[in-house]
Design a protein around this ligand. Sequence first.
Ligand code: FES
Length: 570
Amino acid sequence: MSNELRSRGWFGKTGKDGFIYRAWMKNQGIPSYEFEGKPVIGICNTWSELTPCNAHFRELAESVKRGISEAGGFPVEFPVMSLGETLIKPTAMLYRNLASMDVEESIRANPMDGVVLLCGCDKTTPSLVMGACSVNLPTLVVSGGPMLTGKYKGKDIGTSDIWRFSEAVRSGSMSLEELTVAEACMCRSRGHCAVMGTASTMACMVESLGLSLPGNAAIPAADSRRKVLAQLSGIRIVEMVKENLKLSDILTRKAFENSIKVNAAIGGSTNFVLHLLAIAGRIGVELSIEDFDTHSKDIPLLANLQPSGKYFMEDLYYAGGLPAVMKEMEQWLHKDCITVNGKTIGENLSDAECYDREVIAAGAEPFNDISGIVVLKGNVCEEGAVLKPSAASAHLLKHTGRAVVFEDIEDYKNRIDDPELDIDETCVMVLKNVGPAGYPGMPEVGNMGMPKKLLSKGVTDMIRISDGRMSGTGFGTVVLHVSPEAAVGGNLSVIQNGDMITLDVEQRILHADITDEALKKRKAQKAQAPSPYNRGYVSLYLRHVQQAHLGADFDFLRGSSGSEVTRDSH
Ligand code: FES
């Protein structure tokens, strides 16, 4: 086997080159036998104190290392750019592609035979999987796990409550002191957001794609069984290298379809669309935005988790975890898809069991017949837009209203609480210039808060349309990812106050009552502002970022360059 190992191209060499490759590793106190033909497994770590959701990852890496050593491998842990959702300005999404480049080049350039990706906070999962796909070594994902459920004044709380709390403060029913107390009550343990937000969605995405051991998605970060899974993953990656089971063997078209269906059943985040499209683009699987509608439309909601439902990831784990949800979906899944443990999805589900029907519904008795992600088309979104019906209000799923337009997020912030703002609950709020290029970075501002004067009247939802994203923890009748975005001249750019906009979810329509002629005329009259970004990463980003319906990856990053390194500097 040793001749086939990629790492032998470094550690198996003789003479000066081999000396240099091994000697500088030995300064870490590594004995010679570690270099004698063992599979070298990289542990790609997104640990950072600036990514609080991933702050426990050094400990997790130790468990992975134990497994790798136990199975006869040689573990090497390395850091990559870590994207913490809460602290990074202006938005972590601006850097997802940059982090993926770091991951791709770090894996390819170094002596690794296989990789374990340690992922947690939202963007740390897609950026690592995207980068790894462009190298295509045997790769396995270990997620960091969700936080324990928050507890505040006798109630269970999670990240979705931030939106409720902030509206309560704005309407005067909650004090700022109470809000401060709630902070510590919500984030009371290690781990990522405890609801089915983007991080949990991403953990479920990798499990449903077959990239992690079964059960990975839901084990709480603080539960000691998370470490057991990490150790077992370490053992398994060594076997995967021996079997040469690569990402491209697992990430087939069918695996992507499975993942779309599972995301529907769990009420996963709309961010899933962007990230899965980008991952498919890297591994070379044809996937379109329409696939998300096609493959999720018959899938009912089977997980009763916030923000679409009531419970938290901790509850999902105790109820049987993602395997128990997928077990209820067997009739819809491609059960022959192979996964990282060498078994098929069907084999992995054979002994899955549900322990709590309050949290995981039987396939025949779902919590809601509506789930998934709806893809809308129309003259407001020529290439598409998305909406999560399970998080929307039923009475707004077919509605026509007068547009109240905010040209950018600052315009929105300046005017939303103005008592003179001409708006009522039948209006459609439109926010422009928060797309991939417009902001830039496509921030999670699409579920913009209600105008104060309507909040105090008890209005809790209105149709909101933007080219931005929504936090996976958000909810409401929110149309997102309008493509093409306003900043690149999509029709959205010329929607004006007073235009009548129709949302018809059943017909998949988002339409403004304006003729094509009028749209053209408005565009011709619109002046293009010069970009203020002419250097550094953001200028590269703006030149190459693709639109939301393509996953917002860079055009030059689509596809794979493989794992071969042909030149040697010594
Ligand atoms: Fe990291 Fe929510 S902030 S997962």
